[in-house]
Design a protein around this ligand. Structure first.
Ligand code: PLP
Length: 300
C-alpha cells in the first residue's frame, strides 16, 4: 500500500475515508439484509450497460417498496467514486447498496419514515484472463434461495452458502437446479448451447435478470444464433454441447465441466467463443465511441 491515498467511499451523500464510514447496528441492512445493490463495470472510459443497471436498480427498489434514493443520481455517484479514488483510467467495479435505513429492530417497516442508508465503493478489477481462455469447472447444487431472485437484494445467504461449497472444492462457480430445471449461478447467469440453439432460463422470479445476459442475448440475435428462453432440464444437462456463464465480472466465460462431467468435448464451445469475441468487440467499439472526438461542424 505504501503512501497510496486512503480509499474513499460514498456514505449517505458524502465521500468519506473508508475507515471513517460507520453504520449504526440499527441499520436494517445489518439486522434484516433489508436492502438492494447494484454492481457496474467501468472499462477505463465507459460503464457497460449503465442504463440497464439503473433500470434494474429502480425495479429492485420498487419491488422492495424502498423509497428515498433518487436513481438518477446513480451514474454520477459511480463516476465520483472513480474520480476520488483515481480509478478513471483503470478497469474497475463500482458497488452501490441502499438499505431501508436505521430504526429500532421490528420486522415491519419503520412507522416514521427514515432515510435509506446509501453506501458505495469502487475497486480496481480485471477478470481472470486464463479462465476466459481455458474455461472453468463448476458445481451443481440445489437452489436453496428464496422465490424472489429477480430482486437484486443483499439477502444473499443461499448464494453465499452455495458458493462457499463450490470454492472449498476448488470450483469456480455453482449453478442451481430447482424442480428439475437449471435456474442460474450463485453470482452469474448460465447459458447453454444444444444442437446450435442457445438456451437460458427466461426472466422470472427464479433468476436475476443479468444485464450481461441481456447483452449476450442481443449479440446472439445479431449473429443470427437461434435463442430459446426455456430452462434446461437437469436431465438434459450433460447432453448440452456448450455452456457458459455471463455476468458483470465474468463477462462471457466458458464452462467446460460440471460436477466432474465434461460439457461437449471438455473445451470451450464454438458458439461460446463466437459470443465471447462479439462481447470483446463490443467493449472495444464502445471504448472507441467514448473517446471519439466530436466531429467538426460541416457547413453546407
Ligand atoms: N445472477 C446472480 C444471482 C447475480 O448475483 C448476478 C450478478 O451479480 C448475475 C446473475 C449476473 O448479473 P449481471 O450480468 O447484471 O452482473
Amino acid at each position: 500500500m505504501g503512501n497510496r491515498q486512503a480509499e474513499l467511499v460514498w456514505l449517505n451523500g458524502r465521500m468519506v475515508p473508508k475507515q471513517e464510514a460507520f453504520i449504526t447496528p440499527d441499520d436494517r441492512g445489518f439486522l434484516f439484509a433489508d436492502g438492494v445493490y447494484e454492481v457496474v463495470r467501468w472499462y477505463g472510459n465507459f460503464f457497460l450497460g449503465m442504463d440497464g443497471h439503473q433500470k434494474r436498480l429502480r425495479r429492485s427498489l420498487a419491488e422492495m417498496r424502498l423509497d428515498g434514493f433518487d436513481v438518477e443520481e446513480f451514474p454520477s455517484v459511480c463516476q465520483q467514486l472513480l474520480e476520488v479514488n483515481q480509478l478513471q483510467s483503470e478497469e474497475a467495479l463500482v458497488y452501490l447498496e441502499i438499505t431501508r435505513g436505521a430504526s429500532p429492530r421490528t420486522h415491519h417497516f419503520p412507522v416514521q419514515p427514515v432515510p435509506p442508508t446509501v453506501y458505495g465503493f469502487a475497486r480496481r478489477f480485471q477478470p481472470d484472463k486464463h479462465a476466459g481462455v481455458a474455461g472453468v469447472v463448476i458445481a451443481l447444487l440445489p437452489d436453496i434461495r428464496w422465490m424472489r431472485c429477480d430482486i437484486k437484494s443483499v439477502s444473499l445467504l443461499g448464494n453465499v452458502l452455495s458458493y462457499q461449497q463450490a470454492k472449498e472444492r476448488g470450483l469456480f462457480e455453482c449453478i442451481f437446479h430447482r424442480d428439475g430445471l437449471i435456474t442460474e449461478a450463485s453470482h452469474s447467469n448460465i447459458l447453454f448451447v444444444r444442437n446450435g440453439v442457445l438456451f437460458t432460463h427466461p426472466e422470472s422470479p427464479l433468476i436475476l435478470s443479468g444485464i450481461t445476459r441481456g447483452i449476450v442475448l442481443q449479440l446472439a440475435a445479431d449473429l443470427g444464433i437461434s435463442i430459446s428462453l426455456e430452462p434446461v432440464p437437469l436431465a438434459d444437462l450433460y447432453t448440452c454441447d456448450e455452456a457458459f456463464l455471463s455476468g458483470t465480472s465474468v463477462e462471457v466465460l466458458p464452462v467446460v465441466e460440471i460436477e466432474g462431467r465434461k460439457i461437449g468435448d471438455g473445451t470451450p464451445g464454438k458458439i461460446t467463443r463466437q459470443l465471447q469475441e462479439a462481447f470483446k468487440q463490443l467493449i472495444i467499439q464502445r471504448g472507441i465511441e467514448f473517446v471519439r472526438p466530436i466531429p467538426p461542424v460541416i457547413n453546407f
